[in-house]
Each structure stands twice: as structure tokens, then as C-alpha cells.
Design a protein around this ligand. Structure first.
Ligand code: HEM
Length: 117
């Protein structure tokens, strides 16, 4: 089993010469990579010791960049530090409301049609 790393531990590795980041609940040591990073050293130092998932995704990194991550993988973020997603997403609520609205409208239209005849 892969090693579980606490977020508090990741937070300690927050400088250029000791640089860990979390991306998609996986922990990476990019201390050496920072000097080779095509997006510059600073963008990595800015997120040192913390969750960089959003920053990494926002840049729109290539599949090559995502593939490179494997090289720097050191472990999984501890389960206790993983934010649980709400079981019901906003999208599901919107879909359910949309379906209910269409259903009610259909019943109304059909009933009016039946009443006319
Ligand atoms: C930690 C793992 C990371 C790896 C392995 C990585 C790798 C790369 C690679 C290979 C590129 C070249 C373009 C591409 O192939 O997409 C790139 C560009 C870039 N990266 Fe990263 N990156 C990482 C994290 C980050 C983070 C956390 C940020 C932002 C805070 C960032 C910001 C950028 C920027 C601004 C560019 C330049 C984009 C451009 O000029 O088009 N990267 N990165």
C-alpha cells in the first residue's frame, strides 16, 4: 500500500529547497523539478506545502505534464485530510428540478388536451 501523508506534514515542506505539493489528493516532491518547470520556479514556490490542485488544473497542463507527475509522487494524502464531496451535487439538484418541471408541464398540457375533448 502507498504511504499516507498528513496535510500537516505537507505544510512543513513549504520552501523552494524543500517543496511538496498536493494535486488530486496525491503528494509530490517537486524540489528538484522546480528548476526545470517550464512555468517557472516561482509558480511552484507559491503553492509550496499546500494543495495545488486548482492551480495545476487552471493552467490547463498538457497530458505530458500530468504524466510527469508520476516521477515526483511520494504518497497519498491521508484519508482524514481529504475533503469529502457532498453526496448530492448542485448538478444533481438542478437536473432533478428540471425533470420535475418538465414532468409537471407535461401533465398540465395533457390534462388540458383531455379536458378540451
Ligand atoms: C507540480 C507539478 C507540476 C508539473 C509536473 C508541471 C509541469 C509543467 C509542464 C510540463 C509545463 C509545460 C506546458 C505543458 O506541458 O502543459 C508547465 C507549464 C506551466 N506550469 Fe506547470 N507543472 C506543475 C505544477 C504547476 C503549478 C502548481 C502551477 C501554478 C501554480 C503551474 C504553472 C505553470 C505555468 C504558468 C506554466 C506555463 C504555461 C504556458 O506558458 O503556457 N505548474 N508545467
Amino acid at each position: 500500500m502507498s504511504k499516507e501523508i498528513r496535510l500537516a506534514t505537507v505544510n512543513e515542506h513549504n520552501k523552494a529547497t524543500d517543496l511538496w505539493v498536493v494535486i488530486n489528493n496525491k503528494v509530490y516532491d517537486v524540489t528538484k523539478f522546480r528548476l526545470e518547470h517550464p512555468g517557472g520556479e516561482d509558480s511552484l514556490v507559491d503553492v509550496a506545502g499546500r494543495d495545488a490542485t486548482k492551480d495545476f488544473i487552471d493552467v490547463g497542463h498538457s497530458s505530458e505534464a500530468r504524466e510527469m507527475l508520476k516521477k515526483y509522487y511520494i504518497g497519498e494524502l491521508a484519508a482524514a485530510d481529504i475533503k469529502q464531496k457532498s453526496p448530492i451535487s448542485c448538478r444533481q439538484v438542478a437536473l432533478a428540478l428540471g425533470a420535475a418541471f418538465i414532468g409537471i408541464t407535461l401533465v398540465y398540457v395533457i390534462r388540458r388536451g383531455v379536458a378540451r375533448n
